[in-house]
Design a protein around this ligand. Structure first.
Ligand code: UT7
Length: 323
């Protein structure tokens, strides 16, 4: 029996506290105008003092399970893409599993920074179509505010906290029809670690560290590599990128998104952009944007959706799915 991995529900969660550009301009030498013009960001959400990545993940996961009409007893795989885990170990996915009351299956984290959700979805798809697992929660969740250097205006204005989740189910091809994950493409170039990294860690400094980024160098890499990934998955699927219904990108910079739109001849109205209100939520940004598109009625069952990500590593990748 041929199985397909179908997204049957998605859920989003954003912390309550809103940090605006104007608020930030009181802390560092920046302005609302600079941040909006260079990035498209107006405000971002910041997790409360007691709020952990697993709490954000659990809220998004519960919303996704409601949307898919499943309960914890139905889930046998949890993959959390995060760069900001609750603890050094165990995996945040294990903590999420316990908080959700899921008593069966496996749970693990994936670390590919802003590309994490693409890696997590591609991994889940392989487990599901092989028949090893039946129903997965694929979650992108971050408290990125905890690894920012709040005195570095070049990075602290860019990021926010949040979580998004998909329920992905193994469904026989006859029942799934055209729906499901169609293709995915993952890349890493570890020679570019220095462009975007955190200057601490368990086996180096013993401290958590802060985000360091050569922003303009990352920017120069981004459009090229994202377009390459999208072109590759389109080729695997036998379509042209212009045939997609919706483009749900990682939300790092509105200028990067528009650069990709231009390079691949997409239409601006095909883009689901959440960057203005959320900033860059790293692994959470793709499912958060996807959920926004579903919630406001743009992404409908059967639509062809392209998702992509790029981040520290460098890592980059894309996936094509029929909703
Ligand atoms: O999700 C992971 C992947 N991350 C990305 O894709 C981020 C990619 N990079 C970017 O989005 C952009 O490079 C940034 C938004 C980070 C920066 O924009 P930019 O147009 O590349 O600016 P820049 O780094 O070349 O800096 C231009 C100027 C500099 O001043 P001087 O040297 O020209 O006097 C910076 O010091 O802007 C200055 N600057 C700021 N000014 C006001 C940098 N950050 C700020 C700021 N407010 N927050």
């Amino acid at each position: 029996m041929t199985l397909k991995a179908v997204v049957t529900g998605c859920g989003a969660y954003l912390p309550e506290h809103v940090l605006t550009n104007v608020d930030l301009a009181k802390k560092v030498d920046t302005s609302d105008e600079w941040i909006r013009e260079r990035t498209g960001i107006r405000e971002r959400r910041i997790a409360g003092p007691g709020e952990r990545t697993s709490d954000l993940a659990v809220n998004a996961a519960r919303a996704a399970m409601r949307a898919a009409d499943v309960n914890p007893a139905d889930i046998d795989l949890i993959i959390v893409a995060t760069t900001t885990p609750d603890l050094t170990f165990p995996a945040t996915a294990a903590i999420v599993q316990a908080k959700l009351g899921v008593l069966q299956g496996a749970a693990f984290d994936i670390q590919a920074v802003c590309t994490g959700f693409i890696y997590a979805l591609a991994t889940a798809e392989k487990f599901l179509v092989s028949g090893q697992h039946r129903r997965a929660l694929v979650i992108g969740a971050e408290t990125f505010s905890r690894i920012l250097d709040w005195s570095d205006r070049a990075t602290c204005v860019l990021f926010g906290d949040g979580a998004g989740a998909f329920v992905v189910e193994a469904i026989p091809e006859e029942a799934a029809g055209e729906r499901g994950v169609i293709a995915s493409y993952l890349r890493t170039d570890g020679s570019l670690v220095d462009l975007l990294y955190v200057d601490g860690g368990v086996s180096s400094t013993g401290q958590v560290g802060h985000v360091r980024m050569q922003g303009n160098k990352v920017f120069r890499e981004a459009i090229e590599r994202i377009s390459e990934a999208m072109t590759t998955v389109s080729r695997q699927a036998g379509i042209s990128p212009t045939e997609i219904d919706w483009f749900v990108p990682h939300q790092a910079n509105e200028r990067i998104i528009q650069g990709v739109v231009k390079k691949l001849d997409l239409r601006p109205d095909q883009v689901v952009s959440t960057i203005a209100g959320q900033g860059n939520t790293s692994a959470a940004s793709i499912p958060l944007a996807y959920c926004q598109g579903v919630a406001d009625g743009r992404i409908k069952k059967g639509d062809l959706v392209m998702i992509e990500g790029m981040g520290g590593g460098l890592t980059w990748g894309a996936a094509l799915l029929r909703a």
